[in-house]
Design a protein. Structure first.
Lengths: 708, 299
């Protein structure tokens, strides 16, 4: 047989590489801006489109799906071709994939500041973009499997197992967490409500970390690290064990994001138990990487690329040990809702994803440009300022998290909260936030230096758009020798491998989601809980638009420190009409689950206009545009109809009179404000949001909980 | 002599310290904090830079000294490179724990296949790793059994009840020993300056936002006039603060202020009666003249 000649497509790799860097800079800059807004609210530039609640999702989406996403495609397109000894299946599909993905991100950059959001974290994009993501993701999968089918290598290397698992799982996660009922072109309601919606979201959210930030990067680590260090992978057996264990166990751990919420106890416990079991499979990846460097540690001292890899792997090890610890209820009770979690995710994001991406860029760009890196010194500088930046970022955040977490739980001997005013704890941690933004700034500066370095590298070389290679074609299947093990057999059957991975991840999915969706005892209903009035529903959608849930939770945990501070702890039955749930994941400000009736309408009016009038020193931005913008009531009818379709018991035909009720309630609030000398028209947005705030948590506030 | 001077300086600074601290600064406290934290960060960075400069200096100095001692350029370069230590063979326990094979025997466990030049070793999974893995599985099984089969562990609702019950016992024990027990029926009107000063601080922190700096009334009613919505005697004021009047927007303070603090601030409010602040809010409620404090005659 003659070896076949073919060409690797380097242009698509280069394109994804450039996109990685560009979006990285944008995403991190937005991150720096919102970090500064947390101690200097005026950094929102007095503008609703750049206010924290709207651009925090922009930061997370940009760094996860734009920076990391493009880096994944860069790494996959480079390594897949070489591991399979084949050019990508279709240049057209590669092109559609690249531009489709960039358009999706541009869509996010436009819609998120406009307040078009579903409120589900890391899945904020509205339904038209969700559909686009599904299509582009399938294009990616099709292109990947097409390449696999025309491969010249019989067996699939461990990196490709991770890529396949990434592809199927992300597809499942994205589709299930995007089941929405459209109300209009840019507004939809999630089909699930309350506790069920929360479970779906955090099953998704947790596994977005697992299958978008972890498995593709492990796959890339398995290709690039041995190439960089020129060493064999430490243990093939460990690869097999930790791959299957990781994807099986990860999918179960989602409920640890919902500890001490109204989620059924058995689901919470499963989340804790599986999180603990995740330690070893996660570390399997780290030690297989670090032990691959065995005998090459002298290279690490001289090679900045390997330095990035080592710190990245270590950060991965730290984050994946800390994660299970945070999933323990006792630790979670203090850490949840605080900056501790911000520190935790940034160890992973800046250390693991960031540093691995930088290492791959430094290694790959000179290779596809047939040149040397422009400056090793600058790369080394990047490494050090990046590492320092991470430290300056996470240390203050841990400090801040411990401080606030403990302050909020502290009681005096008289049995009173030591810090009854939430704001007092916020003011205490502001200096830590200042330091954090310095760390973030250093990290971003390092990225800018890298950009300069890579640009100069590209300019001094010339892209080898089509790199020549040759390999023997695959022998016919019947001439292949019998395999030494069952796994070896599986490695040459891509479809079976994909189906196996799919089945493995569906086990945990079904066991946790199905009973919660179908067995009613998991979500006990409460008779006094009624659907929102039309005005409250509109107010709730404004709450979603402004991204209030980015800073305010809506679930009171069953702790004395929280029931003393906020009132009776939250019950599952209270959320049955909440499409979507708005529990939030961070308390930059206090919980709002029972804010209803706590203050007067005038207090809310003044507070939203300028929070510092009512709470001196508050870091909440002004929401003064709510005072002047008119509420769009034309959407009331489709919204009521959609909610009824989702099972909210509005009477048939109610949509026709809904706006009459809305006007009446709005007039009542406007009249009430007038008593306090506040003159505001009843058709302004502020009236609707006050109506919603005053409703929150009042269903079971007056009467005792009735469960049936 | 020198010692004495230092000791005197410290004594002087120690004595001066309260005077300096008492000196009201034009810079507000939080800005001072920022300056402080900024200074710390700056110092740390400066420290780092100094270390780097020193390192560089030592390198340059070594080079100069070596040159002056007649070393050639090549000798200097070799001299400046740190000597690689001979690797000691690690002890057996360590090797066993990590299940490591000596690098020299690596060839024997190299698997025949390769992917784009990447080879794999047939190392076993390290023993400690398997112990960790099985250990966490045992933990997880035990966890589920304890909470959901044997019912030994408390789930969150039960845990909450226990927490509150224990706290109640501790609180009762503490309060039975302290004099901090005051309620709307036992609160007394006093004009002790200490009480009023403490009340004034609480007022500024918690009440001024709605009732105004001088209790002239903003969102909430004027507290200095003779008109009261919910009763003007000390017991009524105490009660209004303690339980709030939610329908009118007055929050409940029971959970945030101790009985002593409520009593202090109630007394402070009573002491403001008739102070006629600027921009008063119009009268609300009913006029009460049978107050214990008789207002001064209007001039």
């Amino acid at each position: 047989m003659q070896p076949e000649k073919f060409y690797y497509d380097n242009k698509i790799v280069r394109n994804f590489g450039i996109a990685t860097v560009v979006w990285g800079i944008i995403g991190m800059t937005v991150g720096l801006i919102i970090a500064m807004q947390l101690y200097h609210p005026a950094m929102n530039m007095g503008n609703q489109y750049t206010t924290f609640g709207r651009i925090r999702p922009l930061h997370t989406n940009a760094v996860i799906f734009a920076f990391v996403g493009n880096a994944i495609f860069m790494g996959v397109y480079y390594s897949l071709q070489r591991l399979l000894k084949a050019r990508m299946f279709s240049d057209t599909l590669s092109w559609i994939h690249f531009w489709g993905w960039q358009l999706i991100i541009i869509g996010a950059v436009i819609t998120l500041p406009l307040g078009l959001t579903t409120s589900h974290e890391y899945a904020e994009l509205e339904w038209p973009i969700d559909i686009a993501i599904t299509i582009i993701w399938l294009v990616f999968g099709f292109n990947m499997f097409g390449t696999i089918f025309k491969r010249r290598e019989r067996h699939l290397y461990v990196a490709i197992w991770f890529y396949i698992a990434t592809f199927v799982t992300v597809a499942v996660l994205h589709i299930v967490n995007s089941v929405e009922l459209p109300v209009s072109a840019w507004k939809s309601y999630y089909v699930f409500a309350g506790v069920q919606d929360a479970l779906v979201q955090w099953w998704y959210g947790h596994n977005a970390v697992a299958f978008f930030l972890t498995t593709p990067y492990l796959g890339m680590m398995y290709y690039f690290l041995p190439k960089m260090a020129n060493r064999p992978i430490y243990s093939y057996k460990l690869s097999i064990l930790h791959f299957w264990a990781l994807i099986f166990i990860y999918i179960w751990a989602g409920p640890h994001h919902l500890l001490y919420t109204p989620l059924p106890g058995w689901a919470q416990s499963l989340g804790v138990a599986f999180s603990i079991m995740l330690i070893a499979p996660s570390w399997g990846g780290m030690i297989n990487g670090l032990l691959t460097l065995r005998g090459a540690w002298d290279k690490v001292r001289d090679d900045v690329v390997l330095k990035f890899m080592v710190v990245g792997l270590t950060a991965y090890g730290m984050a994946t040990f800390e994660g299970p610890m945070l999933a323990l209820k006792q630790i979670n009770a203090v850490a949840h809702f605080t900056d501790w979690i911000i520190a935790h995710v940034h160890v992973g994001a800046l250390g693991w994803n960031g540093f691995l991406t930088f290492a791959i860029l430094y290694w790959l760009i000179p290779r596809i440009y047939k040149t040397e890196l422009f400056s090793k010194k600058l790369a080394s500088f990047h490494f050090w300022i990046g590492t320092l930046g991470i430290l300056f970022y996470v240390v203050p955040m841990y400090w801040s998290g411990f401080t606030q977490g403990l302050m909020l739980k502290e009681f005096t001997p008289e049995g009173m909260l030591k810090y009854p005013n939430f704001l007092e704890t916020t003011l205490r941690i502001l200096p830590m936030h200042v330091m954090r933004s310095i760390g973030g700034g250093m990290y971003l500066f390092g990225v800018l230096v890298m950009t300069y370095n890579l640009t100069r590298t590209m300019l001094q070389g010339k892209l080898v758009a089509n790199e020549a290679a040759q390999a023997m074609p695959l022998e016919p299947i019947d001439s292949v020798a019998k395999e030494s093990s069952w796994h070896r057999t599986l490695e040459r059957k891509p479809i079976q491998l994909m189906v196996a991975a799919l089945l493995v991840i569906l086990v945990g999915t079904f066991v946790e989601l199905m009973p919660t969706m179908t067995i009613s005892s998991n979500v006990p209903t409460i008779a006094s809980v009624k659907p929102y009035t039309p005005l409250e529903l509109q107010g709730r959608d404004l709450y979603i638009r402004e991204g209030c849930s980015n800073c305010h939770s809506q679930t009171i945990r069953p702790f004395r420190s929280e029931t003393e501070r906020y009132g009776e702890y939250s019950k599952a039955g209270e959320f049955v009409y909440d499409h979507p749930f708005l529990w939030g994941s961070k308390r930059t400000g206090p919980d709002l689950a029972r804010i209803g009736g706590k203050y007067g309408n005038a207090w809310h009016y003044n507070h939203l206009m300028d929070p510092r009038l009512m709470s001196p020193g508050s870091i909440m931005p002004n929401y003064d545009w709510l005072l002047t913008q008119t509420l769009d009531t034309t959407s009331t009818i489709p919204k009521i109809n959609a909610m009824r379709k989702l099972g909210v018991p509005y009477a048939v035909g109610y949509e026709k009179v809904a706006n009459r009720d809305l006007d009446k309630q709005a007039q009542g609030i406007a009249d009430n404000l007038y008593l306090d000398h506040i003159k505001v028209a009843s058709n302004k947005e502020i009236i609707a949001i006050i109506a919603y705030l005053q409703r929150m948590g009042t269903d079971i506030k007056a009467s005792k909980t009735i469960t049936k | 002599m020198k010692y004495q001077r230092v000791v005197f300086l410290f004594i002087f600074l120690f004595i001066m310290q309260p005077a300096m601290a008492a000196n009201d600064s034009l810079i507000p406290g939080d800005v001072q904090n920022y300056i402080g934290y900024g200074a710390i960060v700056f110092t740390l960075l400066l420290f780092l830079v100094v270390m780097l400069v020193l390192l560089r200096t030592f390198k340059v100095l070594t080079r100069i000294i070596l040159k002056s001692e007649g070393y050639t350029e090549e000798q200097i370069v070799t001299e400046m490179k740190p000597v690689k230590k001979e690797k000691k063979p690690k002890n057996d326990v360590w090797i066993k724990l990590l299940s490591l094979k000596p690098l020299s025997e690596e060839k024997e466990i190299l698997i025949a296949h390769e992917y784009d030049g990447i080879q794999e070793l047939n190392n076993p999974t390290p023993a400690w790793f398997m112990v960790l893995f099985y250990g966490t599985i045992a933990f997880a099984v035990g966890y589920m059994l304890i909470y959901h089969v044997f019912g030994i562990g408390q789930l969150q609702d039960a845990e909450y009840k226990t927490e509150v019950a224990l706290a109640e016992i501790a609180k009762k024990a503490y309060l039975s020993k302290s004099a901090n027990r005051v309620d709307e029926s036992t609160v007394k009107l006093v004009s002790d300056p200490g009480v009023l000063a403490s009340g004034s601080v609480i007022f500024k922190q918690t009440c001024a936002a709605c009732h105004g700096d001088h209790a002239q009334g903003v969102v909430g009613p004027n507290l200095t006039d003779e008109y009261w919505l919910h009763g003007g005697n000390i017991g009524d004021v105490f009660k209004t603060i303690k339980y709030g009047v939610l329908s009118k927007g007055m929050p409940t303070w029971e959970k945030q202020l101790t009985p002593k603090q409520i009593s202090d601030v109630a007394n402070y409010i009573k002491s403001l009666h008739g102070t006629n602040p600027a921009n008063p809010k119009e009268a609300q409620g009913t006029k009460e003249t049978d107050n214990a404090v008789i207002p001064l005659k209007k001039a």
